[in-house]
Design a binder for this molecule. Sequence first.
Ligand SMILES: *Cc1c(COP(=O)(O)O)cnc(C)c1O
Length: 421
Amino acid sequence: MNAEKLFEEAKKYIPGGVNSPLRAFKPYPFFVERGEGPYLFDTDGNKYIDYCLAYGPLILGHADPQVVNALNKQASLGTAYGAPTEGEITLAKEVVDRIPSAEKVRFVNSGGEATMSAIRVARGFTGRDKIVKFEGAYHGAHDYCLLKKGSTTEAIPDCKGIPLDTAKNTLIIPYNDEDALIKLIDEEGENIACIILEVIMGNIGFIPPKPGFLELLREITEENGIVLIFDEVITGFRLSRGGAQEYYNVTPDLTTLGKIVGGGLPMGAYCGKKEIMDVTAPVGPVYQAGTFSGNPMSVTAGINMLKQLDDNTYSNLDEKGTYLRESMEDIIEDLDLNIKPVGAGSMYQVYFNPNDVVNSNDAKASDAKRFLIYFKELLKEGIFIPPSQFECNFLSTTHTTEDLDQTIITIEKALKIAFEK
Ligand SMILES: *Cc1c(COP(=O)(O)O)cnc(C)c1O
C-alpha cells in the first residue's frame, strides 16, 4: 500500500499515525518495508540512503548479518525468562571494559528509563532532591527532564500533563555558560543531587562542549558532592570506543547509555562507580526494576554489535565523517552560503545559521523554513536525514564511498534549491 493511504489508516488507530512524534513529518512519512546496510526501502518502492539510522543505534547499518544470526538463534531459545542469563554478564563486562566511568552497570529498556533511574540513584545516594540540566538537552520523555527553562533557573513543564510540582526540583541553565554554572552552584550547591548533560548536545543538532567546560563541571561537582551524570545515550560507543568521556578525557560518576548498547533492539543502561551503583535494589535502598530489563534478545544483539566495534571501526567512521563534512564545507563555500556544518566522528549536522552555535538559543535562531525545503529535496532524491536540524545525522560502517559521493551531489542540489541559488 502507498504511504499516503497507510498514513490515513494509521491515524485511525494510532495517535497522529506514529509511535514517536518526530516520525510524523508533513505531508506524510514513508512507511518502511525493510532495511539493509545503509539503505531503507519503503512500501512505494523507493530506496533511501539512511543517515537517520533509527536516530542512532544502527552503527553497523540495518540488519547486520552477525547480529541477525545471533538473534535468530536466541529467538528459538526463548525471548524473556524473568531469571538471569550468562549473556548479561558478558554484556556488562563489555560495557565496563569500554566506558571509563563504568565499574558496574544495570540494564534497562530505553535511554529514557536509564536517565530516570540514574537520577533516582543520584538522589538516593546524596539524599538531595534537586537536579540540574542544560537548556535544550534531551534526556528522554519523562517528567524529571521534559522541562524547559522558566524566567529564572527554575524549570517549568515542557508539555501539558507534567505537574509544576515535579518541575520545581529541576534547575536549568544554558550549556557552555561557565558563569551561570558557577553562580548556580554557589547558591544551590548543597541541595543538588546531580548535574546531567549530553556531553555533545545531539538532540538540538550538534553542540560540543567549549574547551574547559567539562573540566569545570568535573571540578565543581566534586567539590560540592554532586553526582556528575553524562548522558551518553547517543555518544556512547558512537563517538569513540569509550564514548564522549574517552573522547574528551573527562570521567563522570554515572553514565547513561541507550541506542547502540542494545544492538538495534530496545535497551538502555546506567553505569558508574561501584559505591553509587550499589544504592540500587536489591543491594541498596533505591528501587529500580523492569520485566524486560536485560532480556536475552536485546542482550544478544548488544553483545554481537559491541564485539564488532574496535579502534578500526572508529577510524573508519571518522574518515567517512570527515570526508562528508569537508565536502559539505566545500559546497557551502562554492555556493557562498553563510551556514555552518558541524559534527565529529560519525555525527554531523548543518545549521542554517550564519553564527556559531554554542547553546540552544543559538540553535533555535536557525532558519527552519529553508531547512525543511532542504530535507524534502534530499528525501525526494533518496537521501533520508531526520526532518529537523535539531537532530543529529549519523553514519554507519556500511555507507560506501559511492553512497557518500551520491549524497554530496544531492546535498549540493538541495542547498541550491533551499537557498534559491
Ligand atoms: C534518545 C535519547 C534519550 C532517550 O532514549 P529513548 O531510548 O528514546 O528513551 C535520552 N538521552 C539522549 C541523549 C538521547 O539521545
